[in-house]
Design a protein around this ligand. Structure first.
Ligand code: SF4
Ligand code: SF4
Length: 579
């Protein structure tokens, strides 16, 4: 049956049809929906793991156990999972194993723009790259076949546009292969030096076999049209090039982007007058072409930064640019802000007021860096807030210890904050860590995590106590505070910064957008009482604005959290109906 599907949903469908049995992922835009959709199929076991490394190791274990397995992550998640990736590349698989990684050219929701093809090359793992939802489904199934045929994990590379675009797919039935027998085989699965040396030989031979496969497999397609221009491309760039140049060019569309074929590319090059390589981000195909002696035009005209588009390709290649409609009016800039009633706002206000240096982390709370709070000083990667704070304080000494904190969300703390906290306790660091516990994984769209008490299907699960966990890694001072209580937040931050030992403050209040959170009625400003002092504006709530020199609260946004009320020295903000 034909259906319109998101690329991510089509990957999930591919997992189902391929008979995948075990799925473990950590959410990360733009890959999150793969596992969310997969969890709706009751025939497959799905879970959120605490981080991508754990997710990949779960998939490896399931594969060794003889079943088809899968894990998904965003590009930076693959950094976290790189350790098991490079070794499972040596050990190979038993049941087929597929790893989906979603790159984010243009950095719509990421802290960098890395090109995951480098990982496939470096780890010597085959990588497939679909160009639409239909290929997302087909390549997922093909990836399992390649995995089992060549005894290797296979990476499925997506990009934001493929993961989040819809196109037609055709569904088929689920076919579950027989579970493969697990046979003890230390030479294959115990990667000590002696075994690993032998497996490296196997990996190099496998790469040669995969190159042979890439030469003839239908996963790579030649579309011959006008022979004046030949284009080597893949993924979303193929769609853009087809739209920009149509039949005016011939195409070698690479579905397998690692390892790359040699003869197929040389043969295609021999049939066209001028050869172009169109690839988003780095010059991987181009370098390969040049290495095999071809004269190609690539990054000399196409950028290595940001997303491509139909018009960019048309412009760079001197083709006609399609007319587009543009809006005459200037639309006001709407930077992302923390939601009205966001529980993080109270703690960031407190930190900003106390002029504290804030070592930040990855999550919706990174918005605390925006005006007017401007509270966050650094953001590097998942978990870096805590370990970075420790390093900062070792460099700064007491001056740093008394005026700096780390902030990290509950999910990010479980992902990779625990080890940083253990380091603080173990290495005698007088550092203050604030866990912003909004009881959900917020930024990626409300996924459960080990501290929420629910699993991926919303069923009750073991709820890990953050307090007990912090105490267990050696922190004696653990205080829980309500971030809506500004007075108490201020007291606790001051107390813990002054303390002579490491401490953790858990600022706990569920995300204001959770369905389970019951909001209070909206507040209102009594116009005659308001002096227009703008104190209530200091928290940056999107529900408050100043009109005619008086504060106004938008009833449709306000959730009655009371933060603004506690800042008004003139008692101008009231509950109940406006008089
Ligand atoms: S009570 Fe004030 S701070 Fe809270 S949501 Fe309403 S306007 Fe915003
Ligand atoms: S803090 Fe009170 S007085 Fe000042 S602008 Fe806001 S509502 Fe008006």
């Amino acid at each position: 049956m034909k259906q319109l599907m998101l690329g991510n949903e089509a990957v999930a469908r591919g997992l189902y049809e391929a008979g995948c049995s075990v799925i473990s992922s950590y959410p990360g835009t733009p890959s999150t929906e793969i596992t969310e959709y997969a969890s709706k199929y009751d025939d497959m076991y799905s879970e959120w793991a605490p981080n991508e490394k754990v997710a990949m190791e779960v998939a490896i274990g399931a594969s060794i156990g003889g079943k088809r397995s899968f894990c998904a992550m965003k590009h930076v998640g693959l950094n976290v999972a790189a350790d098991p990736l490079f070794t499972v590349a040596y050990s190979g698989v038993n049941g087929g194993m597929v790893i989906a990684v979603a790159d984010d050219p243009g950095m719509h929701s990421s802290q960098n723009e890395q090109d995951s093809r480098h990982y496939a090359i470096a780890s010597k793992v085959p990588m497939l790259e679909p160009s639409d939802s239909s290929e997302c489904l087909a390549f997922t199934k093909l990836a399992f076949e390649i995995s089992e045929r060549f005894d290797t994990p296979v990476i499925l590379r997506l990009s934001t546009r493929i993961a989040h675009s819809q196109s037609l797919i055709e569904t088929a039935d689920r076919i579950v292969p027989m579970q493969k027998e697990y046979i003890k085989n230390p030479a294959k699965y115990v990667m000590m030096p002696a075994m690993a040396k032998a497996r490296h030989v196997v990996v190099e031979k496998r790469t040669l076999d995969l190159v042979e496969y890439a030469e003839t497999s239908t996963v790579n397609k030649v579309i011959m049209n006008n022979s004046k221009i030949g284009i080597i491309t893949s993924g979303t760039s193929y769609q853009y090039a087809r739209e920009a140049l149509g039949d005016e060019a011939s195409y070698l569309k690479l579905g397998m982007v690692n390892p790359l074929p040699i003869k197929l590319i040389q043969d295609f090059a021999s049939k066209v007058e001028k050869l172009y390589v169109i690839e988003e981000l780095d010059d991987i195909f181009e370098t390969h072409c040049k290495k095999i002696g071809l004269n190609v035009v690539g990054k000399d005209i196409f950028p290595v930064i940001g997303e491509f588009s139909q018009n960019l390709i048309a412009q760079k290649m001197g083709a006609a640019i399609n007319d587009t409609l543009s809006l005459e009016e200037t639309i006001p800039v709407r930077p992302p802000v923390m939601c009205a009633g966001c529980p993080h706002r109270g703690m960031f206000y407190t930190l900003s007021k106390n002029k504290v240096m804030v070592s930040g982390d990855i999550g919706c709370y990174t918005l605390g860096a925006q005006a007017p709070l401007q509270s966050i000083d650094t953001t590097i990667c998942m978990g870096a807030s805590i370990s970075g704070l420790h390093g900062f304080n070792k460099a700064m000494g007491e001056k740093g210890e008394k005026s700096s904190v780390a902030v990290i969300g509950d999910s990010t703390f479980m992902h990779s904050g625990i080890t940083g906290l253990a380091n603080i306790a173990y290495n005698n660091s007088n550092s203050t860590v604030i866990i912003l516990d909004n009881s959900i994984t917020g930024m990626t769209g409300h996924q459960q995590n080990p501290t929420t008490g629910y699993n991926i299907k919303g069923e009750p699960a073991t709820k890990i106590s953050l307090e007990k966990l912090c105490e267990a890694v050696g922190i004696n001072r653990v205080t829980v505070v309500d971030p809506y209580d500004l007075k108490r937040c201020d007291e606790v931050v001051k107390e813990e910064l002054a303390a002579e030992e490491p401490s953790v403050i858990i600022a706990r209040r569920p995300c204001a957008l959770l369905k389970s959170v019951k909001h209070k009625p909206a507040l209102h400003v009594v116009n005659d009482s308001c002096k227009g002092c703008k104190s209530c504006m200091k928290i940056g709530c999107p529900a408050i604005s100043i009109r005619d020199k008086k504060a106004v609260i938008d009833k449709t946004l306000c959730v009655g959290c009371g933060l603004c009320q506690s800042l008004c020295a003139f008692s101008a903000i009231h509950e109940g109906e406006e008089a």
